[in-house]
Design a protein around this ligand. Structure first.
Ligand SMILES: [Mg+2]
Length: 235
């Protein structure tokens, strides 16, 4: 293995986020709301869906809601905006699984820069892994659909490791699973606090993937595309 140097640390392994880094989750979610609701997917409704998703996924990450309940809560927030009644838990589950979810799954697509960057990193001698906040079933299915399941190395989900980013335990569990010291690993994520500050808090280095040009001005380890990653890691 040909390790690289970045500052004083030898980098052997690159750990990557999934949503927003390898897969365009926001585009998929936006497309799914449109497919599910048709002309009722007004900008206000789409904004409300994204806002609700952020709130209730945060509750799931904090352990105050279950995976099923955060899905129901999103529907409880948005159905009244559509003038529709909020049904029982069973009715909400059926609606999520027949409406939004299959449309979201049909919209899963990888970023164009993902597969080439993963190949370039492997060719440069780095080991790879994925650490993602989400469930085993859904996150592994995304990687299969994207055709990246065999390209990313070991996959660690918040569900499987028992802690979500930015909890240091999530990053340390992934490093333990890869049998690598945290200081040898940069984490590549798209969220400044969850990913970048979270990784640094666990002793990893971090790179912010800023696809939309909204990086905090004080952040210095920033790339606009995964194509820039191999060059950034090179000494
Ligand atoms: Mg992300």
């Amino acid at each position: 293995m040909s390790g690289r140097n970045c500052g004083s640390a030898r980098i052997t392994t690159v750990l990557l986020d999934l949503d927003g880094v390898l897969m365009d989750h926001r585009a998929a979610a936006r497309e799914a709301v449109g497919a599910w609701l048709g002309e009722r997917a007004t900008p206000d409704v789409v904004d409300a869906w994204f806002a609700s998703m952020a709130v209730h996924l945060a509750e799931w990450r904090a352990g105050t809601s279950t995976w099923a309940e955060q899905r129901r809560d999103r529907l409880r927030d948005v159905l009244p905006l559509l003038g529709e009644p909020v049904g029982t838990d069973e009715e909400l589950d059926a609606l999520f699984e027949s409406g939004y979810l299959p449309a979201y799954e049909r919209a899963w697509r990888g970023y164009d820069d993902a597969a080439p960057a993963l190949a370039a990193l492997r060719a440069a001698g780095y080991r790879l892994g994925v650490l993602t906040n989400g469930t085993e079933t859904q996150q592994r299915a995304k990687l299969r659909v994207l055709g990246l399941a065999d390209a990313v190395g070991p996959v660690f989900t918040a569900e499987a490791v028992g802690a979500p980013k930015p909890d240091p335990r999530a990053f340390l569990a992934a490093c333990a699973g890869l049998v690598v010291a945290p200081e040898e690993v940069p984490y590549v994520g798209d969220e400044p606090e969850t990913d970048v500050l979270g990784a640094r808090g666990a002793g990893l280095s971090a790179v912010l993937l800023d696809r939309d040009g909204t990086a905090p001005p004080e952040e210095t380890a920033v790339i606009g595309s995964l194509a820039e990653l191999p060059g950034l890691l090179r000494p």
